[in-house]
Design a protein around this ligand. Structure first.
Ligand SMILES: Cc1cc2nc3c(=O)[nH]c(=O)nc-3n(C[C@H](O)[C@H](O)[C@H](O)COP(=O)(O)OP(=O)(O)OC[C@H]3O[C@@H](n4cnc5c(N)ncnc54)[C@H](O)[C@@H]3O)c2cc1C
Length: 358
């Protein structure tokens, strides 16, 4: 008798391309909802790895609340806590941000801002007159509440190791030419999945399905410095931030440039950071490391979420811009709800707003 074998390819729920803050936010959201997935990442972008990692619900330059700040903070808080517990690491360091005042006018602007109902929960209405060794600040500081930083390097390192352990992490370049798209599934190499989510950050420019989107990219450079005479237990924010890491080390950044889209640290970036640091610090410092990366910024400063206009199983999670730490977890959840439960996306973040560019 002839025996017939049927070979069933196992269908997983998702392929995720990219495992920066966007990709791991989506991966963790899938875990939470018991979905199956695999991740591809070829270490070609380093924005998430080298980021300052700060989260701050207030745009201090313009004294306005970050878009949807309350919701984002709440989701991000739970998100990083869950990962900390799961991986037995600490990544979320809750630290106040102090804005250094340079004049009486700046103090007055602060008080006016702290009176605005949307900012009252986040801006202290008292001037902080603490003295920090290594910084002179005769006009004091304003304190922002609900702030801190996520150690993104530690987060990525441990999260990737965790995915590798579960055999869910492919350290390969995703080759768009090998992707096959069918009506109800997609195939890539030997993987069959219901959906694919692209989260390549600035790498989106190589993606033939979504490279029409206006993701400009803004290069940023930052330092790790050593300053034994600086005694700081808060994050200082002026034209740059100074973030205490312990052992006399501080992260300092960042620059913003639009004409160079490489990850290479530059002499100009270095000089700019040195000049800014010298405006704030009165003590000596030594540059220990110098990094650069390209932030996935969008012209209208809103993320890029949604589904491909032609392929309903192909999606994007990008455009986290300068705020990936706060935005990533909330945007991953929004995209998940949109795909799985047809919950509409806010118009401001839906890629449909750029349909005219197609
Ligand atoms: C200097 C600097 C300072 C910053 N400071 C802060 C800050 O203080 N707070 C804050 O919230 N944000 C900050 N940011 C912004 C933050 O880093 C970004 O919002 C965030 O990293 C974006 O994450 P992402 O996952 O979208 O992109 P990325 O981090 O760029 O990740 C994309 C991933 O996709 C992978 N990839 C791309 N193409 C492919 C392919 N074909 N195949 C496989 N893998 C691929 C890349 O290897 C990469 O790992 C800063 C950024 C910079 C550069």
């Amino acid at each position: 008798m002839m025996r017939v074998f049927f070979i069933y390819k196992l269908m997983i729920d998702y392929i995720i391309v990219g495992s920066g803050l966007a990709g791991i936010s989506f991966a963790e959201t899938l875990f939470h909802h018991d979905k199956t997935f695999v991740v591809f990442d070829n270490n070609s972008q380093n924005s998430s790895k080298i980021a300052g990692g700060l989260y701050n619900p207030v745009i201090l330059k313009r004294f306005s609340q970050v878009w949807n700040a309350n919701e984002q903070l709440e989701i991000a808080d739970k998100f990083y806590k869950t990962i900390e517990q799961k991986l037995s690491i600490q990544v979320d360091f809750k630290l106040p941000i102090y804005r250094k005042f340079f004049s009486i006018e700046e103090q007055n602007d602060w008080f006016t801002a702290s009176d605005q109902p949307s900012l009252t929960p986040f801006l202290s209405d008292k001037i902080v007159n603490k003295k920090y060794n290594g910084i002179e600040s005769p006009f004091g500081y304003g304190e922002v509440f609900h702030t801190g930083y996520v150690d993104t390097e530690v987060l990525l390192h441990h999260y990737h190791a965790y995915l590798k352990n579960l055999n869910l992490f492919n350290e390969h370049k995703f080759d768009y030419k090998k992707l096959q798209i069918f009506e109800d599934h997609i195939e890539y190499l030997n993987i069959t999945a219901k959906h694919i989510v692209f989260a390549e950050g600035f790498g989106i420019h190589a993606n033939p399905y979504f490279n029409y989107l206006p993701l400009d990219g803004t290069k940023g450079e930052l330092f790790i410095i050593k300053a034994p005479d600086l005694k700081l237990d808060v994050i200082i924010n002026t034209s740059v931030f100074i973030l205490p890491l312990g052992n006399h080390l501080y992260k300092v950044g960042a620059t913003y440039t639009w004409n160079d889209k490489t990850d290479n640290p530059t002499a100009e970036g270095k000089q700019e950071l040195i000049n800014r640091i010298q405006e704030i610090l009165t003590c000596d410092f030594e540059i220990i490391e110098h990094f650069a990366g390209v932030r996935p910024t969008v012209k209208d400063r809103r993320p890029l979420l949604g589904t491909h206009f032609k392929h309903n199983n192909m999606h994007i999670l990008n455009g986290l811009g300068t705020r990936g730490v706060m935005l990533g977890p909330a945007m991953a959840l929004d995209l998940y709800e949109y795909i799985e439960n047809s919950k509409p996306l806010e118009k401001a973040i839906d890629i449909k707003r750029y349909e005219k560019l197609l």
